[in-house]
Each structure stands twice: as structure tokens, then as C-alpha cells.
Ligand binder design. Sequence first.
Ligand code: F6R
Length: 365
Amino acid sequence: DKGNHKHFMLKEIYEQPEVVARTTAHYLDMANGKVRLPAELPFDWAALPRISIAACGTAYLAGLTAKYWFERFARIQVDIDIASEFRYRETPMVPGGLMIVVSQSGETADTLASLRYAKENGQHVLAVVNVPTSTIARESHIVMPTLAGPEIGVASTKAFTCQLAVLASLAIAAGKARGFISGADEDALVRAMMEAPRYMNEALKQEDHIASIAKGLSKARDVLYLGRGTSYPIAMEGALKLKELSYIHAEGYAAGELKHGPIALIDETMPVIVIAPFDKVYEKTVSNMQEVAARGGQIILVTDEKGAEHAEVETVATIVMPDVPATIAPIVYSVPIQLIAYHTAVEMGTDVDQPRNLAKSVTVE
Ligand code: F6R
């Protein structure tokens, strides 16, 4: 049932504040400002030699975001790979490491094969899955569910933001256990996580503005998305969503890679969507935006009020997000990039819930 929404995807985008709240409530002891994982861990975070992550598509991009969090909070090395590459690469693995697989369906063939490889190679396997009865959930040592509820739209939306919520909770727990974040830091991070649903609601209010921006985007042949730090995986997620829904070619790039190739693409016809909260790397992204502006690129900036003030370039549109703590920015900024893809696809008249050539669950490699 789509309720009063035109598509399942839109309904699922709007469900996000609620399902992210449900998911964070499952992982956080809100009264005491602590992470409280719903399962016992069979390993000690402090003794963990390394974390590996494998997943596909959008789930992979949740994993890539988590790499930044685990490294920052827990000071632990993280390898992240696309499951179809990981499974055949014969990666050496230090026994006793942690393998995290991320999957909405829990049935993705390459992710399952990666899980089995990691198990054979002495890893603790932790699954972040949305379907608790799935094969991936059954075969993993530890299951950390996302409580997104059934996701009908082929393009993953609410499962993604719930994956981010679970992975951020895990990274905070790891940081605390390894002694790199204090009780006060943990409290502040938990409080930030608890605010995410409220900020997502605020972000949803940009829908009409985004729908008007999508009119212009629907005329583009190619769209470039740029981001730095945790905004880099969100840029890639934006590009993935746009291409799968609207069939417009899109690429997500690390902003700093611009001058190493993609800048050659930029002319007056090229929309460049810049994901840039006013964070530690904002200034660096501004200089990349200036490079785009100097070549006539059409900048659509997704930022907060401070970022909009300091942008120093002309944009064709600015989507202003609430001012959010850095840790939850990827969760909140997922909302506008989903709405951009959704409305561009609606403009194009494509089948939003069932894009051509795609399957909800990829059980063959
Ligand atoms: C994109 C999308 C896909 C899936 C990928 C993995 O919107 O939905 O990229 O994320 O096929 O699927 P799961 O998470 O079921 O393993």
C-alpha cells in the first residue's frame, strides 16, 4: 500500500524519520547516552586486528561511509570492497578479524559468497541486514538488523539510512571500547544520532524546491556528483540513484579527484551536484566548486546555512539542509539526494518503483 504517495519509493523516503528512529532506539540507550548493542559480541573490540566490509551497490556505499566512522572513532583499519571483487580476490585475512557484510535483502549472491570466504578464513562475521530470516542473516555469527521494514521500491532508500544508523552505532561502540572516545564523547554522539529523525523531517520539507530543480536536471545528459569525506559515498549514492531511476548518466566523485580527470567533462551544460555540509573539509570542497564554476559548470549545492553563506560561487540552486552534527550528516543528506533522483525520474516519466533491467534482490552473480 502506497498510502497517499504516488510511488512506493516516495512513501519509503518519507518513512525514513520513523524507521531510523526505530533503528537507533534498538541500538542506543538514549536515557544514559550510551550505545547498547542488541547482541553479545564474540570478540573484544580492543583486540580486533582489522575490520573488513563487503557489500554491493547502495549497501556498499553504506559500508564505505562506515569506514570513515570506524577509522575516526575507533582508530581501526578498515578494508572495504565490492563483494563481487572481494570474493574472487583471495585476500589474505588475519584470523580473528571482523567481517561486516551489509545487505538489505540478505540474499545477494556476491555478498553471501564474501561472507562464506571470510568465515573460512577465520573471521567473525557480522551482518547488517534488513531481512532477519535471510540466508546472510542465518549464516552470520552476529546479526545486527536494520528495522526499516519491507522495502518495496527497487531503489534502496530507507534500508540505506537504517544501515548508516546501525553502522554509526557500531563504530561509536567500537571507539568507546577501544578507548578512543570518552564517555562524554559517546554521550554527545548518541544524542546526535537521536536527533537524526528530526533533521530528516526538516530535510523532507525541501521536496518542492527539489522538484523544481529536477525539471532542469531532467534535461541533462550527464550529471556529476562531488563530495569529500563522508559526503563522498553520499555523492556516489546520489549518482547511483539518479542513473538507476532516471537513466541519466551520472558519476559520483571524490571532490579532490576532480582535477585528475572529470574536470575535462565540465562545460555550461553540465550540472554538478556538490554535497558539502559546513564541516572540516568544507573549505577544500569550496575550492573544487570554484574550479567547476570557472568552467561554466552548473552547480547545485547541497549544504547548510553556514555553507551557503561561505560558498563564494554562483550556484544555479542551493538546497539548504539543517545544521547537523558531522556524524549524522550522511544520514540527513541522503534525503535530498534521494528526492533529486526521484523527481528527476518522475520528470522523465520512467518507472520509479520498477526501473528497467533491475531486480530487487540479486541472487545470481
Ligand atoms: C540501489 C540498490 C542496489 C542494492 C544492491 C545490494 O538502489 O538497491 O544497489 O543496494 O543490489 O542489495 P542488497 O542490499 O539486498 O544486498
